[in-house]
Design a protein around this ligand. Structure first.
Ligand code: THU
Length: 161
């Protein structure tokens, strides 16, 4: 028997002022996106903003549907759009934020498992870490890459083994 441990390193900040300008800008974009979310069922508005290597910022938000499972999370809306518009450009970072009852949450929210899997595909495809910036009003968490957010991840090489 061999025991291994998978470690995730999380950097925590109390204010956006502690972050570099580029990341503050990305959070601003995620917040703008959250305000345009279509979430009449959950009333939970999520915003995501993706920074590409070519400096473009792509926004996305959650899109719900009366047939509930047909909706999609903000992170996947943003990532699929980024990949569809710039299929050859790698992703540097994604900022995520959420609001409910007309205010942004104090604590950061992490992406769901399906979104992590989708973000991982892009990270692996361009072989470049995607920094994840999870923004709350009172706390910001930063993880340096998606793989750390999805231990024992599944990826394309496993299809051919
Ligand atoms: N949601 C996201 O957009 N991203 C997440 O990381 C978690 C959940 C959305 C899906 C649904 O529209 C609403 O939030 C409530 O789950």
């Amino acid at each position: 028997m061999k025991k291994t441990q998978i470690i995730t390193t999380v950097f925590e900040y109390n204010s956006v002022d502690e972050l570099p300008q580029e990341e503050q800008e990305l959070i601003k974009n995620a917040k703008e996106a959250a305000k345009r979310s279509y979430s009449p069922y959950s009333k939970f508005s999520v915003g995501a903003a993706i920074l590409l290597n070519n400096k473009e910022i792509i926004q996305g938000n959650n899109q719900e549907n009366s047939a509930y499972p047909s909706g999609l999370c903000a992170e996947r809306v943003a990532m699929f759009y980024a990949n569809s518009k710039f299929p050859d450009v790698a992703v540097k970072a994604i900022a995520i934020t959420a609001r409910t009852n007309d205010r942004f949450l104090d604590n950061p929210i992490p992406p769901c498992g399906s979104c992590r899997q989708v973000l991982l595909e892009t990270e692996a495809r361009f072989n470049q870490p995607i920094k994840m910036i999870l923004s709350g009003e009172k706390k910001i968490r930063v993880v340096e890459n998606i793989k750390e957010m999805l231990p024992l991840y599944f990826e394309k090489d496993m299809l051919n083994e």
